[in-house]
Design a protein around this ligand. Sequence first.
Ligand code: NAD
Length: 587
Amino acid sequence: MAFDYTPSLRTVKEKLALGENLLKILREFKLHHNFIEKELQMPDYSMNPEGEKFALPSQEQYANELKRVESLVDAARKEGKEIVVVMGVGFVGAVMAAIVADTVDKKTGKPSKFVIGCQRPSTRSYWKIPMLNEGRSPVKAEDPEVDPMIKRCVLEKKTLIATYNSDCLKLADCVVVDVQCDYSKQELGNMRTGVVEMGALEATMKTIAERVQAHCLTLIETTVAPGTTEFIAWPIMKKAFAARGIKTEPLLAHSFERVMPGRHYVSSIRDFWRVCSGCNEEARNRVEKFLHEVLNTKDFPLTVMDRPIESETTKIVENSFRATTLAFLDEWSIFAERNGVDLIKVINAIRMRPTHNNMIFPGPGIGGYCLPKDGGLGYWAYKHILGFEDDIFKMTTTAIDVNDTRGLHVAELTRDALRNMGKMIAGAKVLLCGASYRQDVGDTRYSGSEIVVRKLTEMGAEMQVHDPYVEHWYELEQQDVYPAPGHSWARFFRNQEDLINIRVQRELPAAIKGVAALILAVPHKQYMDLDPKKIVEWAGGPIAIIDCFGILEDEKIRAYFGLGCEVKGLGRGHIQRIKENVRKGSR
Ligand SMILES: NC(=O)c1ccc[n+]([C@@H]2O[C@H](COP(=O)([O-])OP(=O)(O)OC[C@H]3O[C@@H](n4cnc5c(N)ncnc54)[C@H](O)[C@@H]3O)[C@@H](O)[C@H]2O)c1
């Protein structure tokens, strides 16, 4: 944090501001305390999630690294390839880099692009560079296309490399920006006090503008607050170009990603509809040409907008729309629980109408990287980039708040189910099945399950976790530093310290042994047809079952009651009726 100390303080206002600054620093320091301790013992290596260590490059290595990249680029140019640098090789950038590297010239069938993935050599992220250079994917994906595509491009086609030296930007014809731009919420259930973290994007734009040649096209793929491309990134680039004596306007464009983690990761980037635009006509023409070359725009037509703010707004509205329709069902879910209605059957009946067939039950929260934050980017931009003081947002903000806190109700249901069995939540062993935010993927980012675990832990439950797709739940295991120091949802709850010891279990019978309650949080395939008899046998007796996603059919609910269990479910008000019927011995 920048702290501006001037010895000659003249006014009371200045003194007060200084006091406020100091308080801010102290608060930040407290939040980052654990992180700072770790930083002090900073290793000289970067470790991937599997625990493999990669030595960080020293300053002396930078020059040789650039020479290595330059000679590969020379060779690629001789073969007529275009040079593309992808900044940020995370979830999106690593796969986008491989898709571009896999591109062939439509006439000759020969590879037409040489791609350099560029990543800062931080202890946190450097490992992605050596892994990519070995032909190994730095992202774990359920899509079987990811690993072979990266391997093929790096080792066989030799069209993909990675580097930590950002001077590679000097060699680029096109730069694709895939760094993160997060929305950091300060309170649980109040997204209005959140802030957009522009640091990584602004730093990247500056790095690019200080290095690229005038003819290079820069394409921002990062999901940004509307207005960012034209009013933040373009001015940064123009200023740097002016300082370098470049007379032409920087060529800057925007086209957002719609990537979906899961089995169709690659095709959700390559074979999917794109929207793009440029800051000026030349940038717009160049981005259109580039996207036609690297993506399947024949089957998935490209939409070209007049201005970047329109393409940026498309992404934000698209995701806010989805977040809002999901949040909308929250109140009807409670209504159903209190009035004997099974909302799952209601939704299925509505979905028969073709116009309403994409209605989905929200489960214990929404999660994923985009839906919880994208509306926030729009909300923040209206005031802080576009300069409006009035508050026009009602639906988007409420939707995000509802989605962020929906998991808290699962904790209430678990408490009540145990109470009905004469047990207390405090000290009870509870197994949560499903840590990811979505069925049949291993992505845990902002999953509703995290809120469930944190709230129940706060209430004194002893939590255990099972998930067939997740190896490590970093949001818990590394809550001091993940997703970033001071950003864990742990800060919204008490009693969270021990959650760093949670290990995701893979064997269901062993995980269930001795639990008092089982929460079915995500409709993973493995959870869809569990046998109630086996569950009770593995647990060692009747337990409470909490269904968060309409996983249990009525027959199963009946069977659980028959075995002496208690069942509760989000939006499933008819469970009480089934219970009474089982007790009466009728259907
Ligand atoms: N992951 C998704 O499912 C998804 C879907 C659609 C859109 N998006 C959008 O794509 C963008 C990227 O998301 P992601 O999931 O790939 O994020 P990520 O955090 O996985 O990757 C970002 C990468 O950029 C790197 N980086 C940060 N600053 C840098 C710098 N100055 N120079 C070079 N590298 C730098 C980080 O170390 C990291 O590896 C976001 O705007 C996101 O909203 C993501």
